[in-house]
Design a protein around this ligand. Structure first.
Ligand SMILES: NC(=O)c1ccc[n+]([C@@H]2O[C@H](COP(=O)([O-])OP(=O)(O)OC[C@H]3O[C@@H](n4cnc5c(N)ncnc54)[C@H](OP(=O)(O)O)[C@@H]3O)[C@@H](O)[C@H]2O)c1
Length: 336
């Protein structure tokens, strides 16, 4: 008979606005046979977490969600309390937990295949390691890029876009980044400058400047689309023949706008990336290799992205407006 373990976390019994449906509750965790138990140390607040809770997340039908009441949060870092018999874990290990719904809780039970040992010195970075695994896959999974080739990306104020620039630098790729000409623009520009990635505005002026920066021969081999809309289309004209376009986000709510004209003279591949599917497609060993690689690369690159931190699980509501409404930072909840 499995033992009950006391936990507490932010649960919701039905989908709806986060501030309305999410409640901090005490409950028991009952690990199934073979499940490990993890005491959570910290978890991120992703924009997607709010969308999962209110039932509007893209791809929500492709994610295995637990029955209601459900705990919010989809990844994080914790310490192993019980291994569930898994050979790759021992008690006290610091682990990255993902992809898993329900990390905004003090203690969780999880399939050990979703737990990856990390060096405790990388714990701060690893809290939202999925961002980095995604950035690395966007860079390596679609185009076979060579030194000096151009990668174009929009959604430049995001943590993902910054990770793309940081991971591309050691490969000597030229990343040109585009961001909304709003309040987050200057800060995004300053962050990307550390990785020699210039940032342009997401408008006609920006498009002309990107074209000039590319020069006639320097068209993009890879275009990473995190926002959509008509300026996605505008920058599509700057792709090299047979280049690759990968869409991974639509946070601004814009659809993908594609005019056919440049496709007539220029073949492009158009693909989509969905993180849960990608993570599930890897074996535990492959995920571990990718995780170790991105954490080390980004630690070497001294990667930092602005964070808004809730100092305890009970303080989660103090930060969600900052994170989800104001924006421009990654929310982190310190659990212990
Ligand atoms: N395909 C997948 O499986 C997958 C997985 C994880 C994340 N994503 C997507 O990847 C993108 C980047 O994710 P992230 O976690 O790095 O960053 P994030 O903080 O979730 O999103 C930042 C992006 O969202 C835009 N945005 C729209 N409204 C905003 C607001 N009120 N405050 C702040 N930003 C706002 C920003 O564009 P501007 O600053 O230009 O307005 C920026 O490009 C997001 O679109 C996310 O949904 C996709």
């Amino acid at each position: 008979m499995s033992q009950k373990i006391a936990s507490s976390g932010w649960r919701y019994a039905r989908s709806g606005p986060i501030a309305t449906v999410l409640r901090q509750e005490a409950f028991d965790v009952v690990p199934a046979k073979g499940e490990a138990v993890v005491r959570m140390v910290a978890a991120p607040l992703h924009r997607t977490d709010a969308a999962v809770i209110n039932g509007t997340a893209l791809g929500r039908k492709r994610v295995d969600a637990a029955a209601f009441p459900r705990v919010g949060g989809c990844e994080g870092v914790g310490q192993v309390v019980a291994t569930g018999g898994a050979a790759h874990l021992k008690e006290g290990d610091t682990v990255w937990v993902a992809p898993l719904q329900g990390t905004w809780a003090t203690t969780i039970a999880a399939d050990p295949q979703r737990l990856h040992r990390i060096d405790a010195k990388h714990a701060g970075l690893a809290v939202h390691a999925s961002t980095f695994l995604m950035a690395q896959q966007l860079l390596q999974g679609y185009a076979r890029l060579r030194k000096g080739q151009v990668v174009l990306q929009n959604g430049g104020s995001s943590a993902t876009a910054l990770a793309v620039s940081a991971l591309a630098q050691p490969q000597q790729l030229r990343v040109l980044t585009v961001a909304a000409p709003g309040p987050r623009f200057e800060a995004a520009k300053a962050r990307h400058a550390a990785y020699q990635s210039p940032v342009f505005t997401y408008d006609g002026k920006g498009a002309r400047e990107v074209a000039a920066a590319m020069g006639k021969e320097g068209r993009a081999a890879l275009y990473l689309n995190g926002v959509g809309g008509d300026y996605f289309d505008h920058f599509l004209k700057l792709m090299a023949p047979t280049a690759h376009v990968v869409s991974y986000g639509a946070q601004n709510g814009f659809g993908l706008f594609v005019s056919g004209s440049n496709l007539i003279y220029n073949e492009l591949t158009l693909e989509g990336f969905f993180l849960p599917t990608y993570l599930r497609s890897l074996t535990h060993g492959q995920r571990q290799t990718q995780l170790d690689f991105v954490l080390q690369q980004l630690a070497d690159a001294k990667f930092t992205y602005p964070t808004t931190t809730a100092a305890g699980l009970g303080k989660l509501p103090d930060v969600w407006d900052d994170v989800f409404v104001k924006g421009g930072s990654k929310g982190i909840v310190k659990i212990q």
